[in-house]
Design a protein around this ligand. Structure first.
Ligand SMILES: [Zn+2]
Length: 98
């Protein structure tokens, strides 16, 4: 057995970050860019996604309208990637006839 006693601080719930953001409202929504007001329903959203090494800190988090946050759900990125891939195919890249 290997000794794996590393304590990884993986706090998905960061109430402090939410508090800090709440204190600064209104701030632009991470998703749509429109201001998020304290009286609106909002979530803490990552600017750099956690999957890309983003941390749950005040510098990497901002408010997102709960609607915007639910809409994004990581799908946007896939859609953009697909569109880009298709655009490359349409432009004839890769099917070059010399
Ligand atoms: Zn929004």
């Amino acid at each position: 057995m290997s000794q794996h006693h590393r304590r990884t601080k993986h706090t998905t719930h960061a109430p402090k970050v939410r508090e800090q953001i709440a204190a600064r409202l209104p701030l632009p929504c991470v998703e749509c860019g429109h201001p998020v007001h304290a009286e609106q329903s909002w979530h803490v959203a990552h600017i750099v996604p956690a999957s890309q090494g983003g941390r749950t800190t005040i510098s990497n988090c901002g408010p997102a309208h709960s609607i915007c946050n639910l809409k994004s759900g990581g799908r946007m990125g896939a859609a953009v990637t697909n569109r880009r891939r298709r655009a490359v195919r349409d432009s004839g890249e890769g099917i070059r006839k010399w």
